[in-house]
Design a protein around this ligand. Sequence first.
Ligand SMILES: Nc1ncnc2c1ncn2[C@@H]1O[C@H](COP(=O)(O)OP(=O)(O)OP(=O)(O)O)[C@@H](O)[C@H]1O
Length: 589
Amino acid sequence: MRNADRVDTPSIWSIMQPVQGQIRFAMVLAGLSTAATLGTLCSLAWAVHELLQQPEQWPVFPLLLAVVLTVLAYVLRLSGFNQSHYAAFRLETRLRTDLARHLARLPLGFVQQTGSGTLTKVMMDDVKALHVFVADSTPMYARAYVSPVLTFLLLCWLDWRLALAATVVLAVGMITVSLAMRDSSTMMRQYNEAGENVSKAVVEYVQAMPVVRTFDTGTVTFGRYQRALETYRNVMTQWYQMAGVSSRLSQIILSPLPTLVSLVWLGAWLVSRDTIDPATWLAILLVGTGMAESLLPMVSLKHLVAKAQMSIHRIHEIMAEAPLQIATACQAKEPENTSVSFEQVDFRYTADGPLALQNVTFSVEPGSVVALVGPSGAGKTTVARLISRFWDVSAGCIRVGGVDVREMLPSTLMQQIAFVFQDTFLFSDTIANNIRLGLSDATIDEVIAAAQAAQAHDFIMALPQGYDTPAGERGVFLSGGQRQRITIARAILQDRPILVLDEATAFSDPENEAALVEALSNLMRGKTVLMVAHRLSTIRDADQILVFDQGNLAETGRHDTLLAHDGVYARLWRNHETAQNWTLAGEHI
Ligand SMILES: Nc1ncnc2c1ncn2[C@@H]1O[C@H](COP(=O)(O)OP(=O)(O)OP(=O)(O)O)[C@@H](O)[C@H]1O
């Protein structure tokens, strides 16, 4: 998330902008409801005043007004909450749609690097946290501000001296609480960091369990998980103690009691000196105590805002990421053929990171097969992924069919290239629909023909529901090689002219490999092929071999020429031969 650091996180109110009108309406309704509640108290005070003046006459009108205002306050409050909940639902949908659209425009490399766990958490949990804030807190906000102001004005109108007394008590309360809470934002950050570390440790502990339990019985990852939990507990305890002080203080000072005591004491003195009549005094007692209670929500609102702000920060980190530059439809160019070429390409993964590719230049003729080989970390996968713009190059250019990939519409580029990667992903759908991906109108006969060419038909037919067997997360269990043949069937059905294969023969027990090689040769027929190869035996017949070493294109040529050259390739080949002789059965793989 590189760009995000440079852009300030927007405020909580600006992220609500799409539903601003409705939220304002909800807040106005909540404010009016508060005013109606105060009106109820005034009507009751009026009723008492009337009773004191004419004890024999029942104060019907003030009492009726109190009932009407109570109902009105309730209805307004409910409508306010309705509006804020509707706004929250709209905002949630809008944010998720915007995030999904933005993700679709970001470099695939960013999506891959950030990881599905983090992105899912932002799209689900952080958006949900904002929903909760908008739905529940915005009416509370209105009340927390409107209520003290209206109450203060009302008290001033009734008697300024008592208004002043109530305000002084509450001002002392607010100052004490804010002093007690002055470290709360640091604590809140520590608390969230500790919480995130626990989540990461849990995910690692659970995901790595199959690997970990076969190596160290889980002690190391469990230790990491336990340490994260302990830090979390320490931060929680510290925060609880601190929050405990501030919440107890706020409960005591901002509770109605201290205000009530001061109003009773000062009011009694004023009544005894005849400068205020008992009915006004009673009205002040009724209204003044509510002023203290109305301040309490402000304390919890501070926490809610800080929490929502953190979610906004994470959402914004994604939204601030620069999308891939996309050619407009009128500028967009069409490829002239199915060649692929790199021209003096430099590439680094991060702005200040090392060069993963350096001055790489090569070209692949239409219909030819090119193998990318080299030691681990040499840059082969990077080359394969740059062709389809997982990232854009740092310098130089990549052409497909003679056109810079940045000057093509992404859809045009994608129509040219099919991928078969090792980490195959199957959707929670039937096997047939997994093969059909992106070509929803392909007939079942076309699907079967593709599966037959991919050597997948036989094992699919042996599954309980054949082509209708569910695959993916909760679907049937398929071996790595079987999953890969389904991906190959998908690529055969798509029939795109350029093929990029990365580690395509990694799942290779002899039986599987024979099927895979057959499937791949069906797939490769007549195509321009770029093949990242680790198993050198599969690339002897390639038209061209590109040998990478530490981000540089070290050698190019055919197998025999490169062997004669006695460079990097010859060394790799010798290692490969030695490894062959090490195989237990001595069989050729
Ligand atoms: N997502 C990434 N972020 C940062 N650096 C990366 C990333 N992926 C790869 N690299 C670095 O780029 C260089 C080239 O990696 P690449 O995966 O292209 O090598 P490779 O030849 O395919 O290796 P292998 O055969 O082991 O798969 C390596 O130094 C690697 O550490």
